[in-house]
Design a protein around this ligand. Sequence first.
Ligand code: ADP
Length: 488
Amino acid sequence: MRQRYRVFALGLILVLLLSIAGCQSSTLQQEKPQSKVEETDVVVIGAGGAGLAAAVSAAENGAKVIVLEKMPMVGGNTIRSGGAYNAVDPERQKKQGIEDSIEKHFQQTLEGGDYKAKPELVRVLVENALDGLHWLESMGMKFKDEVYTVLGALWPRSHSPADNDAGFSYIETLRKAAEEKGVKILVETKAEELIMENGRVVGVKATNAEGEELIFKARKGVVLATGGFAANVEMRMKYNENLGPEIPTTNHPGATGDGIVMAEKVGANLIGMEYIQLLPMGDPEDGSLTGWLAPGVEQMIFVNKEGKRFVAEDARRDVMTNALFKQPDALMYVISDHKSFPKGKTSFNEDPNDLIAKGKVIKADTIEELARKINVPPENLKATVEKYNKAVEQNKDEEFGKKLLGFKIDTPPFYASARKPTVHHTMGGVEIDTKARVIGKDGKPIPGLYAAGEVTGGIHGANRLGGNALADVIVFGRIAGESAAKGE
Ligand code: ADP
């Protein structure tokens, strides 16, 4: 009996020794480099317009800030945008004789989004847009003296950067200001997951270009500013099955909805995910917004392959795109004349003469010649332009009801560019309140988590007005940074 007990005890010791050894060797085999841990006050995820605005604002409010950007460069979709920023601006608008009001901007935004936006967020947007613009000016950014109507803006209150370098000037202005304020910006650093402790977001798990895990602890808060998901075909098809891979996008490849997925995992409420905006303005080759002269709404008409107008050019973006889908090959030409030919660069920072040389913009001395060059029936295009010019003269477009009838198309040379539908902006996302705090499924803010920009939902409703995105990015980015810095 004693013998058997001894054998059993020896066996047990052996098994224990073996399992410890096994365990050790398996830990050795699996051992990864230890996560590097860094601690700061505020961590911002995404270095587009909203993220950089949040970073500057958090730093202005006394916080130490680290920004994580997964791509090799900062800028996101913001740097690709045409740079239009909507704000009621009595100083500029009065000089142009434009009547406007905060109430009108509020109503047009709500109505233009089919009343699907949260009115209190729209209120914050329209009331703070001009202050946001002045904030950028205080950092050295310059805007043109004249406002215009960017596509789908519904009213002439769109501001554009003075040097025509579109989204670039927003990013450069904010990046410089952020760096001056000691903000650390890490590129090729992808946020993978939000770290929760006792119901509070306290940091971010990320990976660097080498695949190493990095931990960023945030003493005060984390701001999600990861943008939308228009470049993630699978995700956009989850919410709208018609938006398959055959439809291109204006977005940069990093617009994959990461922030929405990360937020959902910690209980964030998502709103308006099915509202995805297309533009009728994509370059037929790559879906981008570049490759045309980009005149204002008042200065151009759209014609189909038959040389006929098919929609009011000052309509909502969804209305124009839906109308374009019904045209032959869903292809249209933007027609404009000498009066709106850019003096320097286009609002997408392109050289107009270069565009002509590349064949992106077709130039001709007469409308008939232009028609022949773009292969539409000359007699149709001539009749269309004549009819449109009459509508401008009478200030009444009986055919399509265009209201912003500024200019006739009557001064040679004339220009045309082909355009196709393209996926542009995802209006849905993480729900926030007026302090940019992320709202959970229980209707309460998730402590420590803030969001701004295209990652959020509820600001634009079912359709976003052209020019409202940059105002959104700056206004709510600024609020999110301040809220996070104050730990509100
Ligand atoms: P917004 O207009 O809302 O600022 P942008 O598209 O301009 O949106 O910027 C979003 C930025 O967030 C992009 O630069 C994008 O590469 C970055 N981003 C997206 N997902 C991640 C992620 N998981 N980690 C770090 N950065 C991210």
